[in-house]
Design a protein around this ligand. Structure first.
Ligand SMILES: Cc1cc2nc3c(=O)[nH]c(=O)nc-3n(C[C@H](O)[C@H](O)[C@H](O)COP(=O)(O)O)c2cc1C
Length: 377
């Protein structure tokens, strides 16, 4: 990757993500399975809406609601303006906010001041720093310190890099880097979250990450922002449109990660009984194509600890040229979604997200059962 390309690439990503957002949202295939997942209604909920809690946590961060602002951008004037708007939303709603890849700050000292300014202007916002898996522990510590991050997201984006004209084509060593960074930052008290960027993660990948010491994964599945599509539009040399359906959907990816969690929990229970040993809980974030409260509640019911949204927040904070208006709109959206999440929990007859995971009955389409049978039976 060449340094001089990073800035224009960042702006391309935002522009193209927005260009494709509507077109993809209208594609009925994209959300067919999550739409076909149906809760079984509860005609006797025996719950007062006033008693319902939306609280959850991941990577040691307490959340007032089961969703947060996921990684997007930073490092160019336009990207910094978007980040400032997102940070205002994060501040008002007490949401954690993930920054987009900060490799631009590692490589180009001129971009650092804006990150430091963001962190000092929004001291209450819990920023998550973000880097690719090729980076060293030193770089990881540097970006965490630059914004006083509460956690580091390490993104896995092999499919994106392959399609990106100037992208990395050598993916060796990522697992070892992740192990080193996770251990090193862990010693500093900074948790690491490993995420995809929209193509999902398999059970094999999640198991490999857990073995490398990772305790939080964000499956970031297919269904929303599509980096094959975005990078293909930037690629004048080769056509990768045949890969536009690449990846695992967020729903299937979440089931893959849950499979690993269940397997590891069984093992842990066994080990605890046998020798008093125990691993640590695996936190799972679902993201990729999340459209609103019903999707959020479905992914939590399936087992996610929290849900990440990028495109939806990007749309909200750029809905108006006027920053105050756009930020107010995004905050209003969060408040409205919060109400809807509470409404959904109430009619499902559950008072909390753990109860939602444990008790809310649902059915999944046959295609999902067939998938699970093939993968795990
Ligand atoms: C404009 C844009 C830039 C992104 N840049 C990054 C990035 O730098 N690092 C990263 O981990 N994910 C990045 N993502 C991916 C998101 O964090 C998320 O995994 C993906 O967009 C799927 O979520 P969505 O469908 O809600 O957008 C970016 C997403 C968008 C829309």
């Amino acid at each position: 990757m060449y340094d001089s390309h990073i800035s224009s690439r960042k702006d391309d990503h935002v522009r193209l993500a927005q260009q494709y957002y509507e077109q993809n949202a209208l594609n009925p295939r994209t959300h067919a399975e999550i739409d076909a997942m149906q809760f079984i209604p509860n005609a006797l909920p025996e719950v007062s809406r006033a008693d319902v809690s939306r609280e959850t946590s991941f990577a040691g961060l307490a959340l007032e609601r089961p969703y947060f602002i996921n990684a997007m951008t930073g490092g160019t004037p336009r990207a910094n303006e978007i980040n400032r708007r997102l940070a205002r939303v994060a501040q008002e709603t007490h949401s954690p906010m993930a920054l987009g890849s900060m490799s631009i700050a590692v490589k180009n000292p001129d971009t650092r001041a804006a990150y430091a300014q963001l962190a000092s202007d929004f001291p209450d916002v819990r920023f998550l720093a973000n880097l690719g898996a090729e980076h060293t522990l030193e770089s990881a510590r540097f970006v965490v310190d630059l914004v006083g991050a509460k956690a580091l997201q390490i993104h896995l984006n092999a499919a994106q890099e392959i399609v990106m004209p100037e992208g990395e084509k050598d993916f060796r060593g990522w697992t070892e880097h992740i192990r080193t960074v996770t251990e090193g930052l862990g010693a500093d008290g900074v948790p690491v979250i490993v995420k995809e960027v929209g193509f999902g993660m398999s059970a094999e990948t999640v198991a490999q990450l857990v073995d490398a010491g990772v305790h939080t994964v964000d499956v970031a599945g297919r269904g929303g922002t599509n980096f094959v599509q975005i990078e293909n539009a930037r690629n004048a040399e080769q056509d990768f449109s045949y890969l536009e359906d690449w990846g695992l959907s967020t729903l299937r990816s979440l089931l893959e990660a849950m499979h690993v969690r269940e397997e590891r929990e069984e093992l842990r229970a066994h080990e605890e009984r046998a020798e008093g040993l125990g691993g640590t809980h695996l936190d799972i974030i679902a993201s990729g194509g999340v459209r609103g409260p019903l999707d959020i509640v479905k992914y939590v019911a399936l087992g996610a600890d929290a849900v990440g949204l990028s495109a939806a927040f990007l749309q909200a904070v750029t809905a108006s040229e006027d920053a105050d208006e756009a930020v107010a709109g995004a905050v209003a959206l969060v408040r409205a979604w919060d109400e809807h999440v509470t409404n959904l929990l109430t009619i499902l007859g559950v008072r909390s997200l753990p109860q939602l995971r444990a008790r809310a009955p649902y059915v999944l389409p046959e295609s999902v059962h067939a998938y699970v049978r093939q993968r795990f039976a």
